[in-house]
Design a protein around this ligand. Sequence first.
Ligand SMILES: Nc1ncnc2c1ncn2[C@@H]1O[C@H](COP(=O)(O)OP(=O)(O)OP(=O)(O)O)[C@@H](O)[C@H]1O
Length: 591
Amino acid sequence: MDQHNAPASLSVREQRKIVTRLFGFAVKYHTSFLWASLAVVVQSVISVLLPHFLQYYMDTYLVRSTLTEKLIWGCALLYFLGVILRAGAQFLTTFAFNMGSEYMLEDLRRTLFAKLHRLGMSYFDRTAAGSIVSRVNNDTMSISDFMQVFLSAIIGIVSIVVALGAMFWTDWVVAVAVLLFLPVLIWAIWLYSKYSSSAYRYMRHKLSEINTKISETIQGIAIVQNFRQQGRIQAEFEKTNQQYLRSRQSMIRINSLLLAPIVSLLYTLALVAAMGLLGLHAHQGLLQAGMIYAFTTYVSQFFNPIINLMDTLSFFQDGVVAGSRAFKILDSQEYGPQQKVTKLQEITRGAVEFRHVSFAYPGGPEVLHDVSFKLEPGQTLGIVGPTGSGKSTMINIMLRFYEYGQGQILIDGIDLRNLDLVEIRQKIGLVLQSASLFYGDVNFNIRLYNNEISDSQINAAAQLVHADEFIEQLPKQYQTVLTAQGNLSAGQKQLIAFARTVVFNPRILVLDEATANIDTQTEDLIQTGLRELQAGRTTIAIAHRLSTIKDADQILVLQAGRVIERGTHESLLAQKGSYYELYRLQEQNQS
Ligand SMILES: Nc1ncnc2c1ncn2[C@@H]1O[C@H](COP(=O)(O)OP(=O)(O)OP(=O)(O)O)[C@@H](O)[C@H]1O
């Protein structure tokens, strides 16, 4: 699984590529970012004008004692207006920028989620669910902080340029002296990005492992408790948690050492140099007090944005790493099987044929060998065989979860690969052994996201499979909220899954040990419903309990991916082969 691979550090080129791609998402919301940038310029210009204004006030009026009361109030009002205008610009900067980045993140999360739906089953076989959650959720959150770096960068660049201009305008010799500290700053930034990239990558990787552990434990909580594994899982979790803690501690060390302290030190040195030089000029009678005040303010306006930028630089590295993880999903090429649809064709009758089909899971050995059968519309096929013989695999390829290698599968005489995937998924109804429920009420769980299905259709479907009896007993009947883990019994969940399939009215029904979780009494109940459901529909049923497929028109016995026997229940019993043995064994166990 990819979350166990050791994370490699990102090269500068890779980092640049990721930032460019993230910009690609941001460009769509350029209006917000343009407003924010404009406001930054206004804010920076006012920040330089205010000390200049004070300088003028001090050197022109204050020193020469030419102030009148009217002038004092006038200047104070003007200064106040400048401050208010700057506050307005600051608000617009933060507001517009953050709005833009939230839109961008929403877009990114949507794109990632949509991509997940396009990926094939093999991707999910390989990737832990927790790791995917981590990428779609935590990583995109980090990209939000990452956008703050750009806000600081925009503010920083504009403020630095404006402050530099003001410094040169005031005293170019001292300005050059301040500028000499810039290469040292750039070196510190370079050093920081070098060390922090791999540290952040490791940290993200550990966070992903924590998510995976949490989600796996919750999904398998019954097994964990039944096997009394809480202690071991806790210890394993603790180990990863400690690694995560250490990775964060090392990040804190890098950040504390290389970020603010270096820049603050340089700022102080530059200020000392500027004051020294300005003092020298003042000594020679070249300077006035107001000018010294203005210049030192410009020096702080030059360094403060750099300090802020350095503070947010840690988010930059974190965001780049998070971006690289999120883009891994977008770049994954593990798509599901591709269809070749030249013209839209419908599945109307429900005839199914497998012609010499062989199949291997990606990178694995062949698990189906030369499987053939033909099923007329409305007929039922039963598939039996020992565990691992390939029964579910036959369904997996028929529903196009995986691409098959050799042979042909035909539905209504049309090659499966030439049918539209939507048509396949709409006309083939699948019920698995354990039903998946989603957080939502009973109605939602039956209609899923199809709002065209009316409540009365839901009621009718539930009645058909006898699910209505227990639904009526629920606290809020069809409005009772169900959870994925289930506040229903396994059999009740299965009845909901049956109703869900009925309501979608498929031509072909696929039941993968669908009645395995249902007790014999309930099974009798739903068998009646199922018989009605099957009427006129083709059914493929995998069953361990042979009694459930006794009436099938055709039964295939699979062993290690091969059909070893085929026929009706009676003819198979008469053959006295594997099926006969299996049947006898089950009969004995029941008596
Ligand atoms: N997603 C997968 N990736 C790789 N190999 C798989 C995958 N699913 C199943 N297999 C392998 O394919 C073979 C057939 O498995 P399949 O699930 O079809 O058996 P089955 O007859 O349905 O078993 P059971 O009765 O236990 O459900 C097994 O050897 C199994 O290990």
